[in-house]
Design a protein around this ligand. Structure first.
Ligand SMILES: C[S@@+](CC[C@H](N)C(=O)[O-])C[C@H]1O[C@@H](n2cnc3c(N)ncnc32)[C@H](O)[C@@H]1O
Ligand SMILES: Nc1nc2[nH]cc(C(=O)O)c2c(=O)[nH]1
Ligand code: SF4
Ligand SMILES: [Mg+2]
Length: 207
């Protein structure tokens, strides 16, 4: 964690906040307020939000202020993403969100230990920095990005780490979607414990 980010989670480097439709995974299609925290060292070469990586680029913001903003929208669903949000202690932020009657959802690579209280955990594991077992145990949804054919074996390896109740998704990497989507379709038809997840917000041209 960066030196100037207090351990108590009351200040967090905020890259952006926006109200949109959850585009991916189990909750696709539902309105949600997104909180995007800066800072990530996982280093996915195809990451679609590389501007988030350097935490120093994003102002330390009071978690209380973030909660105030998040409370103003019709949907109660709040998605915390990044960057890699679990770099930070999310205990304070999620406690305050839940106290305000909001539901807490996280998008994480699982590369750092779990902090915070979550109504929904989406684990998107990466080859570049393996997820910790503690996050895999608690994941409600496993969403593996398919960049090439070897990612099907990587997906099965990660499916062994999650609980029986965890939903399983394969999502094409955006720049390879034309090539990989037909392979995912075939894989899901042959292995129906998996479902396909598309980045629907990109087709809709919304954030
Ligand atoms: C930008 S990440 C931030 C949260 C966290 N660092 C993670 O990777 O889960 C949000 C989601 O977008 C996915 N993602 C990032 N770049 C992508 C791309 N080029 N194509 C498809 N999905 C992508 C990630 O796997 C993750 O599920
Ligand atoms: N609409 C929309 N849905 C999303 N689901 C996960 C996202 C993320 O970047 O974490 C994301 C995003 O950036 N936009
Ligand atoms: S872990 Fe998430 S934010 Fe970090 S580089 Fe990978 S996709 Fe991007
Ligand atoms: Mg995104």
């Amino acid at each position: 964690m960066m030196a100037q980010v207090p351990e108590d989670g009351t200040l967090l480097p905020l890259m952006e906040e926006f109200y949109t439709i959850q585009g991916e995974g189990y909750n696709t299609g539902k309105a949600a307020y997104f909180i995007r925290l800066g800072g990530c060292d996982v280093g996915c070469h195809w990451c679609d939000v590389k501007e988030s990586w350097d935490a120093d680029m994003h102002p330390l913001t009071a978690a209380d202020e973030i909660v105030q903003h998040a409370s103003k929208y019709p949907s109660k669903a709040i998605v915390v993403t990044g960057g890699e949000p679990l770099i930070y202690n999310l205990g304070y932020l999620t406690a305050q969100l839940q106290k305000s009657g909001l539901k807490t959802f996280i998008e994480t690579s699982g590369a750092y230990p779990l902090s915070g209280s979550w109504d929904w955990i989406c684990l998107s594991p990466k080859k570049f920095k393996a997820p910790v077992q503690q996050v895999a145990d608690k994941a409600d949804e496993l969403k593996v990005i398919v960049f090439n054919k070897s990612d099907f074996a990587f997906a099965e390896h990660n499916a062994l780490m999650v609980s029986d109740k965890c939903k399983l998704y394969l999502q094409p990497e955006w720049s390879k979607a034309k090539e990989m989507t037909p392979l995912i379709v075939e894989y899901v038809m042959n292995n129906p414990k998996w479902e396909i997840s598309l980045q629907t917000h990109k087709y809709l041209n919304i954030p």
